[in-house]
Design a protein around this ligand. Structure first.
Ligand SMILES: Nc1ncnc2c1ncn2[C@@H]1O[C@H](COP(=O)(O)OP(=O)(O)O)[C@@H](O)[C@H]1O
Ligand SMILES: [Mg+2]
Length: 267
């Protein structure tokens, strides 16, 4: 049910797996700060991979490099086999800090990516309506960002990313600013999206429980300068309901194991 391997083992077994995103031997420094050192990690298509690691280890840096927002110093990132050199329509970034237009309604915010692409108003609004429903914001189409809670704003950002139909969704600690109840609801919605949307999700979180709950695989990063210490593949939780997953001895076991491997780096 569960297989564990370091990144080397994964790289030897890539033949039969279809990867939407590959990261190979990536290095990234900010001046004297060495953020990523020889980081390699592959993201299977249609799956959700969580990236878990100590604060400041380079998770956001990794996502920005994959998004094409930041160049790597060396190494290669590919999306659908094409090297990444700049942002592209194949990827959508759900920012940690929302990045919504404060003067625009939820509907306009969600449809904004399509508006930029010149999609006609009626068509883009129909698409936006669908995803507003999918992320649980039905009834808030005409609200403005300042009228929403942090969790709701985060959902607007997610709906916007889903609208543009990017195959790869990059999510940087999207639930960090929301309360526990909202977070759980959001995690369940996310699981439904993974099931139904056939997109590849790259999900950064600092919550071990969350990572194990929502992921097909969890990659654990070492402290800076970061590389992958372990990739844990998870199967079999998908078809269970939320309550039984959280009580599943195997789930609790994996959470414990990840905690044991991360706690070495936490004072
Ligand atoms: N623009 C920048 N200039 C200088 N240092 C940076 C910059 N962005 C990030 N860093 C540093 O690089 C390291 C990794 O940052 P980041 O990718 O944001 O980590 P994480 O998302 O895992 O918390 C941290 O030590 C951070 O302080
Ligand atoms: Mg970060």
């Amino acid at each position: 049910m569960i297989t564990t391997g370091n990144n080397q083992v994964m790289s030897d077994n890539t033949n039969d797996i279809d990867y939407a995103v590959t990261v190979r031997n990536v290095y990234k420094n900010y001046g004297d700060v060495e953020a990523l050192r020889d980081l390699s990690l592959d993201f299977p298509r249609g799956q959700l991979t969580s990236v878990l690691g100590p604060s400041g280890c380079g998770k956001t840096t990794l996502l920005k490099i994959i998004a094409g927002l930041l160049p790597a110093d060396s190494g290669e990132v590919t999306v659908n086999g094409q090297p990444v050199t700049r942002p592209g329509a194949d990827r959508a970034f759900v920012f940690q800090d929302f990045a919504l237009l404060p003067w625009a309604s939820v509907l306009r915010n969600v449809a904004f990516g399509l508006e930029l692409r010149g999609v006609a108003k009626s068509e883009r609004e129909a698409i936006a309506e669908k995803y507003i429903g999918d992320v649980g914001l039905k009834g808030f189409e005409n609200s403005y960002p300042h009228e929403l809670s942090g969790g709701m704003r985060q959902r607007v950002g997610l709906a916007r990313a889903l609208c543009v139909d990017a195959q790869v969704l990059l999510m940087d600690e999207p639930f960090s600013a929301v309360d526990e109840q909202t977070r759980r609801k959001f995690q369940e919605d996310l699981l439904n999206l993974v099931k139904n949307e056939n997109k590849t999700f790259l999900f950064v979180t600092h919550s071990i429980e969350e990572a194990v709950y929502v992921s097909d695989q969890v990659a654990i990063l070492l402290p800076r300068p970061s590389r992958v210490s372990e990739v844990i593949k998870l199967e079999g939780f998908r078809d269970k309901d939320a309550t039984s997953i959280r009580r599943d001895p195997e789930y609790l076991d994996i959470v414990d194991r990840i905690w044991a491997s991360l706690r070495t780096y936490v004072e």
